[in-house]
Design a protein around this ligand. Structure first.
Ligand code: SAH
Ligand code: DHB
Ligand code: MG
Length: 224
C-alpha cells in the first residue's frame, strides 16, 4: 500500500517538475534493452543532482558508478559547455551503454568514462594531480563507500559538495545482517562522515518509486 502511494506521488512530481525528455527516456530504454539492472536514480533525484550542481555553479563533477549514464546525463546537463564530468564504471558493458546514451544526449564531449575498479581510477586521478572536483556523486558498490569517501576528500577543495546515494537501503540494519558487506560499508561510511573534521554534513531519508532509501550530503568547508 505505502509503496503504491510513494510511486504515485513520484509520478505526480515527475510529471509536474521533472519530466523526462527523449534523451533520458532513450537512455532508460537502451539500458533496459541491454538488460542493465534498473537501479538508476529516480527522475526527481536526478533533477536534485542537476539542481545542486547548478546552485553551486559546478564546472567539474566526479561520479562513482555510471551504470547506463542516467544520473550522468542529469549531472552533465548542469555543467557549462566547457565543464567536465569524470565517471567511474567497473563493467565495460555498462560503460558501453552509457557511452551511447551520452552520445545520444549530446553530452559525450563533456563526459570521460573511466572503465575499471573505481578505487584504481580514483588512485590514478590522485596520483596524476587532477584538479579538485566541485561535486562528487558516490553511487557504486556500497562496500567500498568508505574508500570512495577518502578518495573524494583528496579530490575536493573547500566548497566541494559530496553526495552519496543509497545510505538507507530499505531500512535493513547491519545488526540483523552482520555479514552483509554493503550494509557494513554504508555503516562505516556514515561513521567516517561524522568523524571527519572540516565537513558540513546531513542525511535525508527518502521514499518514492525506489522504496525507502536515503542520501547523505557533505559540504567541504575546510574548517576543523
Ligand atoms: N549512478 C547510476 C547508478 C549506478 S549503479 C545512476 O543513478 O544512473 C552502480 C554501478 O556501479 C553499476 O553500474 C556497477 O557496475 C558499478 N560498480 C560496481 N562496483 C564497482 C567498482 N568497484 N568500481 C566501479 N564501478 C562499480
Ligand atoms: C540499488 C539501488 C541503487 O541506487 C544502487 O546504486 C545500487 C543498488 C538497489 O536497489 O539494489
Ligand atoms: Mg544508487
Amino acid at each position: 500500500m505505502a509503496q503504491e502511494l510513494w510511486t504515485a506521488v513520484d509520478r505526480y512530481f515527475n510529471n509536474r517538475l521533472a519530466p523526462e525528455d527523449s534523451a533520458l527516456r532513450a537512455a532508460l530504454e537502451a539500458s533496459d534493452a541491454a538488460a542493465l539492472p534498473p537501479i538508476q536514480v529516480s527522475a526527481t533525484h536526478g533533477k536534485l543532482l542537476l539542481l545542486l550542481a547548478r546552485a553551486m555553479r559546478a564546472r567539474t563533477v566526479l561520479e562513482i558508478g555510471t551504470l547506463g549514464g542516467y544520473s550522468t546525463i542529469w549531472l552533465a546537463r548542469a555543467l557549462p559547455p566547457d565543464g567536465q564530468l569524470v565517471t567511474c564504471e567497473l563493467s565495460p558493458k555498462h560503460a558501453e551503454v552509457a557511452r551511447a546514451n551520452l552520445e545520444r544526449a549530446g553530452l559525450a564531449a563533456r563526459v570521460d568514462i573511466r572503465v575499471g575498479r573505481a578505487v584504481d581510477t580514483l588512485a590514478q586521478l590522485i596520483a596524476s594531480g587532477t584538479a579538485a572536483f566541485d561535486l562528487v556523486f558516490i553511487d557504486a558498490d556500497k562496500a567500498s563507500y568508505p574508500d570512495y569517501l577518502r578518495a573524494a576528500l583528496r579530490l575536493s577543495h573547500p566548497g566541494t559538495l559530496i553526495v552519496a546515494d543509497n545510505v538507507v537501503r530499505h531500512g535493513r540494519v547491519l545488526e540483523e545482517h552482520p555479514s552483509d558487506a554493503d550494509l557494513r560499508g554504508i555503516r562505516n561510511f556514515m561513521e567516517l562522515l561524522g568523524a571527519t573534521p572540516g565537513l558540513l554534513t546531513t542525511a535525508l531519508q527518502t521514499v518514492g518509486e525506489k522504496g525507502h532509501d536515503g542520501l547523505a550530503l557533505a559540504l567541504v568547508t575546510g574548517a576543523a
